[in-house]
Design a protein around this ligand. Structure first.
Ligand code: NAP
Length: 280
């Protein structure tokens, strides 16, 4: 059984981007981060994203607003960031406070700069199979599979979870890559036997260590998207690693798996946007 770590995938993406932009003489690609408040989760993701951009030579700017910021004031500031020609990608931490018209912001964002796929138009393109920016977590799953050389065409892939953040867009992206996709959820009958049909099993459930060996076909690839805290307060995935390892050929750990790749996907998206925008 092979363990597929996110750090190797993140490093490869970062190195590739670093090489792509090393010889740029003019302005560098730039990510704008928009944060309202001081949520610890946002601050930690922001620190990781800044570090990742810096490693590759991509610039960042952070716009911080107080949690009680006025809606009109916030949207006006966002419009300026969105229209700034030096900004190639925008990351907005959500959910935003209740007084902010989040839908308006999602409609406003330039889809070229929508590196985290928050606009309904960006998501529509994911469902059409003709997308510019995919949501970072589903894209991180594909990056891991590609890095490991797992082919998708014709493979049976089962995704457990149907959220708009992970399950549904990921299923569409796998479909685009010619996989035969099954989407499971809390009402799926006999989930273990449906999962055992899969060549590739992706768990995006949000239940600590739910997926054991009874869900896994011998030799399957198992990707764990889950981020949960167990009874002892430890960070754990949806997959019971030790049990699943008895059958899987390839397995991603948590922590240190898919979650470690998302800021690299962001990096890749910002750089791709930079080159597309500069080519115009
Ligand atoms: P979510 O919105 O809560 O969706 C969970 C999905 O799992 C739902 O579709 C639900 O089915 C299904 N489900 C729940 N219990 C089930 C069960 N017993 N059997 C079968 N299906 C079941 O969660 P999410 O936002 O998609 O996130 C999923 C997991 O990924 C979470 O652990 C989250 O923390 C993690 N995550 C990780 C990253 C990362 O960077 N690695 C990013 C985002 C999310 P129903 O639709 O029927 O309710």
């Amino acid at each position: 059984m092979e363990i597929l770590k996110g750090s190797a995938v993140a490093k490869a993406i970062t190195e590739k981007v670093r090489e792509q932009i090393a010889d740029l003489t003019g302005r560098k690609p730039r990510l704008a981060i928009v944060r309202v408040g001081e949520e610890p989760g946002d601050l930690s993701y922001e620190a990781g994203a800044k570090k990742r951009m810096e490693k590759a030579g991509v610039e960042t700017e952070v716009h911080v607003f107080p949690r009680n910021v006025d809606n009109a004031e916030f949207l006006a500031a966002f419009e300026k960031i969105n229209g700034d020609p030096a900004v190639d990608g925008i990351l907005v931490f959500r959910p935003l406070p209740a007084q902010i018209d989040e839908k308006a912001l999602q409609e406003m964002i330039d889809i070229e700069k929508d590196v985290d796929c928050i606009s309904p138009r960006s998501m529509e393109k994911v469902f059409e199979g003709n997308y510019v920016n995919a949501p970072c977590t589903p894209q991180a799953v594909l990056e891991m599979l590609d890095h490991a050389g797992v082919s998708l065409s014709g493979k049976r892939v089962t995704v457990i979870g149907r959220s708009m953040v992970v399950g549904k867009p990921l299923a569409m992206m796998l479909l685009q890559r010619n996989a035969t996709v099954t989407i499971c959820h809390s009402r799926t009958a006999d989930l273990p036997s449906v999962c055992r049909e899969a060549d590739i099993l992706v768990a995006a459930v949000g239940r600590a260590r739910m997926i054991t060996d009874v869900y896994v076909k011998e030799g399957a690839v198992v990707i764990d998207v889950g981020i949960n805290t167990d009874e002892e307060g430890n960070l754990t995935g949806d997959v019971d690693f030790d049990s699943t390892a008895q059958k899987a050929a390839l397995l991603t750990p948590v922590p240190g798996g898919v979650g470690a790749v998302t800021t690299s996907v962001l990096l890749k998206h910002v750089t791709e946007s930079y080159f597309r925008r500069n080519a115009e």
